[in-house]
Ligand binder design. Structure first.
Ligand SMILES: [Mn+2]
Length: 318
């Protein structure tokens, strides 16, 4: 991060009368907590209130994060006047900005802070680092380089952003992120406390997840686990069914895990996880995409037809 970039950032905050901050639609822990952490850093260090905007649904697990009440649904915020400064965080792809897009388009100056690979940027100033484990890491770096004051809320929010995006460090690729967490823990963050705070699902969600797991089917000598969720249960899931995928992935011998979600009569959500070969090409064949070992698609076909196609595809998987 170059100092001239940070000088522009500071200058723009100092001169802005109105500031908005948005993340991606259906915020995850990194998106939501990075937005809130940045808003609190701006309040602490510049005495300014930023408007925090989201679109979609906030997962139940994030209900108790610090300053949660600061997040406003875009439909309840007046976006007609252009903000002097708009931050857009963790968005990855223009489509994911969704309801906050009018604020980004009309903003007098836009700063994006992201860790996704993205060539189609929207910012007048881009602070992008696809090596960062989370946007929370970049926010921490900005605050450190500028000697900004952090309070307990900021520290917790950055820790939640990092812990959720790295799966509590399972997906951490660099030591830098652990050194940042070490500093946060020394400053009072409790990882155990955060873990407890995130365990906040409604009872019906966990019971639904458990019943979906118990009804899973196994194919090809137990190498493929396949679970299905009907439209009624789909509404009770928190997020994309990560818990179902993770539980099935704990079974000995299971290499591929597929979760089919009946979103509508002729629309089926597919999530694929792999412990063996990359599966992103399988997702691409279904019109989706994703990471090598975690991919998905939305197929405009019935669940039964998609199930048949999936079984055909994995029949040939080595
Ligand atoms: Mn992220």
């Amino acid at each position: 991060m170059k100092s001239d970039v940070l000088n522009i950032l500071v200058d723009k905050i100092k001169n802005a009368k109105t500031i908005a901050i948005a993340g991606h639609k259906n915020p995850d822990g990194d998106s939501l907590c990075s937005v809130l952490a940045l808003s609190q850093l701006i309040k602490l260090n510049f005495g300014k209130d930023a408007v925090c905007i989201y679109d979609g649904n906030v997962p139940d697990m994030l209900d108790n994060v610090p300053l949660r009440e600061r997040m406003h649904y875009y439909g309840r915020v007046d976006l007609s006047g252009a903000f002097d400064l708009v931050f857009v965080l963790d968005y990855g792809n223009k489509n994911h900005i969704a309801g906050a897009m009018p604020a980004v388009e009309s903003g007098k100056f836009v700063i994006e802070i992201d860790h996704h690979k993205n060539d189609d940027t929207v910012g007048d100033l881009c602070i992008n680092n696809d090596g960062a484990a989370a946007v929370g890491e970049i926010i921490f770096d900005i605050a450190s380089k500028l000697n900004w004051i952090r309070d307990a809320a900021v520290n917790d929010l950055i820790a939640i952003a990092v812990l959720t995006d790295t799966g509590f460090f399972k997906y951490a690729r660099r030591g830098a992120i652990l050194r940042i967490m070490a500093e946060l823990v020394d400053d009072g963050v409790s990882i155990e406390g955060i873990s407890n705070l995130l365990n906040n699902k409604p009872r019906k969600t966990v019971l639904t997840e458990a019943s979906v797991v118990s009804r899973a089917e196994f194919f090809y000598h137990g190498r493929l686990a396949l679970a299905t969720i009907d439209a009624h249960d789909y509404k009770r899931l928190d997020g994309r069914g990560e818990t179902v995928l993770s539980l099935l992935g704990q079974i000995k011998g299971v290499e591929y895990i597929v979760l089919l979600k009946r979103q509508k009569e002729n629309q089926t959500g597919v999530s694929i996880r792999s412990r063996a070969k990359p599966v992103n090409e399988i997702a691409a064949a279904l019109g989706g995409g994703g990471h090598a070992y975690a991919a998905g698609a939305v197929v405009h076909d019935s669940l039964d037809n998609v199930r048949t196609r999936i079984l055909e595809i994995f029949k040939g998987a080595k």
